[in-house]
Ligand binder design. Structure first.
Ligand SMILES: [Zn+2]
Length: 310
């Protein structure tokens, strides 16, 4: 008898405490198991009446600096690194209880979230995992010439992402500006999750003056001046910058609410354009279909086996 490809949640709950990158505010996060077909639901437990914010392409209401989801006036900022870890480990159903308006930045990558989720243990559930399979290409594009940027989803029997950045900075020029990652490698935790967010000292000063990046520093970001990386330990990957863009894209795209079967490619995209791409896909009902796998052996590589720890 064949075994279906099942939805996943956590075996037990797990907690983390940290600070928000922009707010600098202390925040507690509790990740809890959820029933099949719940999806991923953030719950603001600090409000007088707790408010649930279920992820969806439409739940994203602000994409400046980070991806923010909201329901009414309740918001959660900077969800993309946690969402990336959920995408990488194939978590379908999860409650995320949070005590402030921003997900903790932890080490600036997704690896702390991967560690938390792995430590809680991953449970297979009695319901088929539902994918959104792209059957016709969709694309969003902005700007002309030197300021052009675009993002695209194309049919692909699996999930792969390729990203190109175009930063004119000595510390970035010397590293890879383009990277491709395929979920079929099974190596998300090792190859993508550890890539940290990055910023420039001059931007950080400006953001701080505007009450942003208050929790940011050398222990949760790659920080560069006009010439070099200032972190004493250097980079975790020699192409860490563009790998972080893949990490962010995986998180932004997972806000769709179901894993994609598609090839994503992008040039200088970011949170705003990634969300626009999801809305473009949903606006074209003939461009996708929802599929399940009755026999997990027929599923694309990288989805049936539980992800390796590291
Ligand atoms: Zn990021």
């Amino acid at each position: 008898m064949s075994k279906m490809l099942a939805q996943r949640t956590l075996k037990s709950l797990t907690k983390a405490v940290g600070v928000g990158l922009h707010s600098g505010q202390r925040v507690e996060l509790t990740l809890r198991p959820a029933a099949p077909d719940t999806g991923i639901v953030f719950r603001r437990v600090d409000l007088p009446q707790p408010v649930d914010i279920a992820i969806s392409a439409q739940s994203v209401t602000d994409t400046r600096l980070a991806s923010t989801i909201s329901s009414g006036s309740a918001k959660v900022h900077t969800v993309e690194h946690l969402m990336s870890a959920c995408a990488g480990l194939g978590i379908d159903n999860l409650y995320v209880d949070i005590t402030a308006e921003e997900v903790p930045i932890l080490d600036g990558s997704a690896s702390s979230f991967v560690f938390l989720l792995q430590s809680a243990g991953i449970e297979l559930q009695a319901a088929p995992k539902r994918f959104i399979r792209v059957i016709k290409p969709v694309e969003v594009r902005e700007g002309e010439g030197a300021s052009t940027k675009w993002a695209r989803l194309s049919p692909y029997e699996g999930y792969k992402l390729s990203f190109e950045i175009d930063f004119d900075h000595p510390a970035v020029d010397s590293t890879g500006q383009r990277v491709e990652f395929d979920m079929g490698s099974g190596a998300y935790s090792r190859d993508i999750a550890r890539a940290r967010t990055f910023g420039f000292t001059k931007d950080v000063e400006m953001m701080r003056a505007n009450g942003l990046a208050l929790g940011g520093g050398l222990d949760n970001a790659i920080v560069m001046d006009d010439y070099k990386v200032l972190n004493s330990d250097g980079l975790r990957y020699n192409d860490e910058f563009v790998k972080h863009k893949i990490l962010d894209a995986m998180g932004d795209l997972y806000l769709l609410g179901k894993p994609l079967l598609a090839a994503y490619s992008a040039f200088r995209s970011g949170h705003a354009m990634n969300n626009k791409l999801l809305r473009e896909l949903l606006a074209h009902k003939d461009a996708y279909e929802v599929v399940t796998f009755e026999d997990e052996k027929k599923a694309p590589r990288g989805f049936a086996t539980l992800a390796r720890a590291w």
